[in-house]
Write a protein that binds this ligand. Structure first.
Ligand code: PEP
Length: 251
């Protein structure tokens, strides 16, 4: 059975003190959550102090990005070894904000995924279409290209350990969630693409999270769908009580 994952992407929103206050508030609220992997992804300067707070906790630490080289002259970048040193076991990759604002290509995302695999970090690989692409009827084509690009030259045994997040760009930070059916339709498509690449057994192991205005009041319907294995949560992960309710989804 593939794992359920609920991950919070705090983006560039919280300083160190705010990040520590959020993890202090969240930790007791999710201590008794069911069988779900809980991940928080603070901004880089807050990874170390939040990681210290998480020592011995069930909550896992994730970074929001990395540069796919262990060390070197890459001013302003953060390496896989650096995020690992402060306790990260997850890393968000290929978020649409990075693809759009920093022009990250499928090839670069693929290089970052390989770097994560090399350093035993689980990537949460984001894919998703824009509103224009959905309206042009090319959602599957766009998402299929991103999935194939992400998994290029990744062997099956490693592919089985990765996590995907389907995040329709038109639903991110807009308050406009995909309906449960719209999300399930694309998740099923992604699963079918993974079956083509790796066969049913491996494809059945890979959690596919939904992201895009997930909140306490829409998580239950999404999680009831067969191919939705969790959520990548932006805005609603910044409030401890709301995020705790998402973590404690009911199906
Ligand atoms: C995200 O940025 O990954 C995201 C899903 O944001 P939000 O939940 O705010 O739409």
């Amino acid at each position: 059975m593939r794992k359920k994952v609920i991950a919070g992407n705090w983006k560039m929103n919280l300083g160190v003190a705010e990040s520590v206050a959020l993890i202090d508030a969240l930790s007791p609220l999710v201590a008794d959550a069911g069988n779900v992997e809980i991940v928080v992804c603070p901004s880089p300067q807050a990874l170390y102090p939040v990681g210290l707070k998480l020592s011995g906790s069930r909550i896992k630490l994730g970074a929001q990005n990395l540069y796919p080289v262990a060390k070197g002259a890459y001013t302003g970048e953060v390496s896989p070894t650096m995020i690992k040193e402060v306790g990260c076991t997850y890393c968000i990759l290929g978020h649409s904000e990075r693809r759009e604002y920093f022009k990250e290509s499928d090839e670069f995302v693929n290089a970052k995924i390989k770097s994560c695999i090399e350093h035993q970090i689980t990537p949460i690989i984001c894919v998703g279409e824009s509103l224009a692409e959905r309206e042009a009827g090319i959602t599957f084509e766009r998402v299929g290209t991103q999935v194939k690009g992400a998994f290029k030259d990744i062997p099956a045994e490693q592919a089985a350990t990765l996590v995907i997040a389907y995040e329709p760009i038109w639903a991110i930070g807009t308050g406009k969630t995909a309906t449960d059916e719209q999300a399930q339709e694309v998740h099923a498509f992604i699963r079918a693409e993974l079956v083509k690449l790796y066969g049913a057994a491996v494809a059945g192991e890979i959690p596919i999270l939904y992201g895009g205005s997930v909140k306490a009041d829409n998580i239950d319907g999404l999680m009831a769908k067969p191919d939705i294995d969790g959520a990548l949560v932006g805005g609603a992960s910044l409030k401890a009580d709301g995020f705790a309710r998402i973590v404690k989804f009911e199906i």
